[in-house]
Design a protein around this ligand. Structure first.
Ligand code: EPZ
Length: 422
């Protein structure tokens, strides 16, 4: 397995291009199952999760061509040859569950492995299933799979009131509703930019959708959808991650393609911490005025502070002046980066969903281990500001969500390299 070696090297300067959003692309790709016409996605990120979703769609009989070095995905599913999403693929990537709604809406049947838990939490899919049942789906859970059938006349429109905000369940229901008979209203729907992006793509395919980005989304079902070409929205989590690099190291970096509206709550916290963020014609420029101030953070569904940036923000708070409390309200086990940061000299106390971070003058490089996607990049950020060498192992986690991380950080002056583990 590869390792990434980072050495603190002082302030950063230059520009970092931000890629298309992994979490948008992973829901846009299954949308191809809703039509027999071609769907083309541009600005697609080059990530292992995208390759996994490609393999899954191909196993169902869809064609997925990766063009222009992976930045363009040409998808089409004339006729599905299978309706079974196998455990061996689904267990590698939970987002595989997002083929359930489209497959059920298109062909009236689907067999999708239950994803199982993951490092950050149990992550059940009950809300996905409840929404599809409300649309008339008959679901049979057995041998670790969801065996789903739509009624003979297909799915029907329904009012779906989500008891808690779920990005994936909103996406599954939104896609299924585009081909259901009648009107579907999703209440307490997730408002993430990735859902807005999905709705825009579905509308380009002929779907009739209103209210995306708010808590209530209304969909008028249609008989069929046609193809489209759609640009994947900028990845706000990659953006926030790289905005933290000059924040933690000092200097000034321009994140190309960055937009404040994708991360307003996060940018407010950066401002409170003493980090300057300004909009430029090409993206967002981030610099550090003076010291870093400790600020408290509570993760929330969009438009709140994103849970996917909690680990990275903790790295910044480790070297802030004062004490901060980070409250994780979305997942039950998302502080696994804390003990690794502690190995680098951070002072962090975790009690349930709260982590109390007391800033220290500086971190010291150490061998650390990545435990999940966002924790892995939190350790790299800490290593950028630490005295000495930090070696991050199990970087396969990183490859799921960050393309060319070494090249992008080297481009702004970081001392970082990727090596084969001895
Ligand atoms: C999406 O996961 C993202 N993944 C996650 O990003 C992100 O952390 C999460 O949304 C929250 O923003 C993708 O988009 C591929 P949820 P998802 O359903 O859809 C509970 C990353 O690092 N829940 O909004 O799985 C669940 O356990 C990944 O890129 C149920 O109880 O998240 C969690 O506590 C990590 N029942 C909460 O809701 C359900 O049926 C929010 O989960 C579904 C979810």
């Amino acid at each position: 397995m590869d390792q990434i070696i980072v050495r603190g090297n002082g302030p950063l300067s230059g520009e970092i291009p931000i890629a298309g959003a992994k979490n948008a692309c992973l829901t846009l790709m299954p949308a191809t199952l809703l039509t027999d016409q071609p769907l083309t996605l541009t600005n697609a990120p080059r990530l292992s999760d995208i390759r996994t979703m490609t393999a899954l769609l191909q196993s169902l009989g869809a064609e997925v061509a990766s063009l222009q070095d992976g930045q363009v995905l040409a998808l089409s599913s004339h006729a599905l040859t299978s309706h079974r999403a196998d455990y061996d693929i689904v267990r590698k990537m939970r987002a595989s569950i997002l083929v359930l709604g489209p497959m059920l809406a298109r062909d009236g049947r689907a067999e999708v492995s239950l994803p199982g838990g993951c490092a950050i939490g149990a992550r059940p899919v009950d809300l996905h299933l409840r929404a599809l049942e409300a649309m008339g789906a008959e679901l049979d859970l057995r041998d670790g799979y969801v065996h789903a059938r739509a009624p003979s006349g297909g799915l029907k429109g329904a009012v779906v009131d989500f008891p808690l905000v779920s990005v994936g369940a909103t996406e599954n229901a939104l896609m299924a509703a585009t081909l259901a008979r009648g009107t579907t209203v999703l209440q307490n729907a997730a408002r993430e930019p990735e859902i807005v992006d999905l709705a825009r793509c579905l509308r380009a395919m002929g779907a009739r959708i209103e209210g995306e980005g708010t808590s209530t989304i209304t969909i008028e079902g249609t008989d069929s959808l046609h193809g489209a070409t759609h640009p994947v929205v900028t990845d706000r989590i990659e953006l926030g991650t790289y905005m933290l690099a000059p924040a933690i190291c000092g200097g000034e970096v321009e994140c190309l393609g960055g937009r404040i509206d994708l991360l307003s709550a996060f940018c407010e916290k950066l401002d409170e911490a003493g980090i300057s963020v300004s909009e430029t014609p090409r993206g967002l420029k981030v610099g550090r005025r003076n010291g870093i101030r400790a600020v408290n953070v509570t993760t929330k569904p969009f438009p709140g502070f994103p849970t996917d940036l909690q680990a990275q923000f903790m790295a910044l708070m480790c070297v802030a002046e004062g004490t901060s409390v980070l409250e994780e309200t979305i997942f039950e086990n998302r502080f696994m980066h804390a003990p690794e940061l502690t190995r680098m000299g951070a002072r962090i106390e975790v009690h349930g969903g709260h982590a109390t971070v007391t800033g220290v003058d500086g971190l010291r490089g150490a061998p650390v281990m990545a435990t999940d996607l966002r924790a892995s990049v939190s350790l790299i950020l800490a290593g950028l500001a630490a005295e000495g060498q930090t070696t991050v192992s199990r970087v396969y986690h990183l490859d799921r969500g960050y393309e060319h991380v070494v090249r992008k950080l080297r481009g702004v002056g970081a001392h970082i390299e990727r090596v084969k583990e001895e």
